[in-house]
Design a protein around this ligand. Structure first.
Ligand SMILES: [Zn+2]
Length: 214
């Protein structure tokens, strides 16, 4: 078993707790979803990411691996397969130097809403108290655009498309992939969790309000 520095091991434990909690909430069915955090104590531009194909019910501290800024496994982890979506994580870390953690979920709501509103490239959520859970928002009297990008298996091209949007809209803390799920991040693992929960709750409110007014 590989040596894992104590500070990194602690974050792995915290993230395992979050992964299990999200799994209980049915946000990570059938081995899907991926999670990462910045690991500066190992080396600048080395990230710790969940390895591919693990049932999140059984996920543990040893189911992570290190990747470099290009998304390639480091020598210690060359025998493991990173998630197919690793390129989105490395793009986000290079885009936001303060980004410490990225959580990617496949909830029922994020999957269905992202497919339904993909043609409009997103939807607004407005005037809800929980919008204040997003960094920098201090009043419910606001509206936030939730961007949706078409899903793709060509992650390099998809990353460039998302990056072009983020260049224009730096105050973004999450996006949807059509028929796929949510990416959310933060300047700490706690903030990434708070943003993910906020988005999921806001999606539920948006969906419920739409169904009541239908
Ligand atoms: Zn995914």
């Amino acid at each position: 078993m590989k040596f894992i520095p104590a500070p990194e091991y602690k974050v792995r434990q915290q993230l395992v707790d979050i992964i299990k909690l999200f799994h209980q909430r049915e946000w990570s069915p059938a081995t899907s979803t991926n999670y990462s955090f910045r690991t500066p104590e190992v080396e600048e531009k080395i990230y710790t990411i969940s390895r591919s194909g693990v049932d999140k019910y059984y996920f543990n501290e040893h189911d992570f691996m290190h990747i470099d800024g290009a998304g390639k496994p480091t020598a210690d982890y060359a025998h493991l397969k990173p998630s197919a979506e690793t390129g989105l994580h490395t793009m986000l870390y290079s885009q936001y130097t303060d980004c410490q953690a990225i959580l990617h979920t496949h909830s029922l709501l994020s999957t269905v809403l992202s497919a339904k509103y993909e043609k409009q490239k997103g939807f607004f959520i407005e005037n809800l108290e929980v919008l204040k859970a997003l960094r920098g928002i201090t009043t419910h009297e606001t509206k936030v655009w939730i961007p949706i990008f078409p899903n793709s298996q060509d992650i390099a091209t998809l990353s460039l498309e998302v990056k072009a949007y983020l260049d224009q809209n730096p105050n973004t803390f999450g996006f949807l992939l059509g028929g796929h799920g949510l990416y959310a991040w933060g300047n700490s693992l706690a903030e990434a969790k708070r943003h993910t929960e906020a988005f999921e709750f806001l999606f539920a409110c948006f969906d419920k309000a739409n169904s009541l007014s239908a």
